[in-house]
Write a protein that binds this ligand. Structure first.
Ligand SMILES: [Zn+2]
Ligand SMILES: [Zn+2]
Length: 221
């Protein structure tokens, strides 16, 4: 799984705080923090040295910690970045969204693909089929993988189905219907509707149509 480092930059300093020197330097020095999992973080310091921080143990591989046993600026920086939502806490890692690359904080063992809030899909959402450009409405996002679900009519799995061969076989299966289907957000599908199954990565969240009517009609005064 790829992980993402926070940008190597100084952090804004709260003007009201009287910070001690290590805390001040923890903020103002440009450092990047790369979460490695297991509560470990790799720090690239302002001087381009690389140190390893074990946050929960409060340990760091830098000389300030090793020789002076100080709570060094690197340990402090990791703690600050977690508090401010720039770096994931122990147990989580930052993974790029499959569709846009934005870092998303997820459990270390979360299955891929990972999506940010803007690209995650749920029943009722409109998606675009990357193969055909068709728009569909999602009725179900399954926990089952594409290579574990059989398409009865085709007598093969979703993963093996001809037009799905360019997509990963280990991603979740999504059920969707073609438009004109008035699918409710409660997931109830009328019996006449045929639900088609797709590997998750074949579908992308579709932006709302520009010609969709506004929710409240505009009134002229
Ligand atoms: Zn350190
Ligand atoms: Zn995204």
């Amino acid at each position: 799984m790829n992980t993402t480092a926070s940008p190597k930059a100084p952090l804004p300093v709260p003007t009201t705080d009287h910070l001690e020197e290590r805390s001040r330097r923890a903020r103002i020095e440009p450092m990047s923090v790369l979460p490695l999992g297991d509560g470990l973080y790799e720090i690239e310091s302002a001087s381009d040295n690389t140190y390893l921080v074990d946050l929960e143990a409060g340990r760091c591989t830098c000389p300030d910690h090793v020789f002076r046993d100080a709570r060094c600026k690197h340990v402090r920086r990791v703690a600050i970045e977690i508090t401010e939502g720039r770096t994931p806490p122990p147990g989580e890692i930052a993974v790029p969204c499959h569709d846009c690359g934005e870092p998303v904080f997820v459990d270390e063992d979360a299955p891929e693909p990972i999506y940010c809030e803007a690209h995650a899909i749920a029943p009722g959402d409109t998606v675009r089929d990357r193969e055909t450009g068709d728009r569909l409405t999602v009725v179900d996002v399954s926990d089952l993988r594409a290579d574990a679900v059989t398409i009865r009519e085709a007598d093969c799995t979703v993963a093996d189905y001809g037009t799905n061969e360019n997509y990963d076989s280990d991603v979740p299966v999504v059920g969707a219907v073609y438009p004109h289907a008035n699918v409710k957000r409660n997931g109830v599908v009328p019996r006449s509707l045929k639900v088609y199954t797709f590997p998750r990565t074949r579908l992308e969240k579709a932006p709302a149509r520009r010609n969709e009517p506004p929710e409240t009609p505009l009134r002229s005064r």
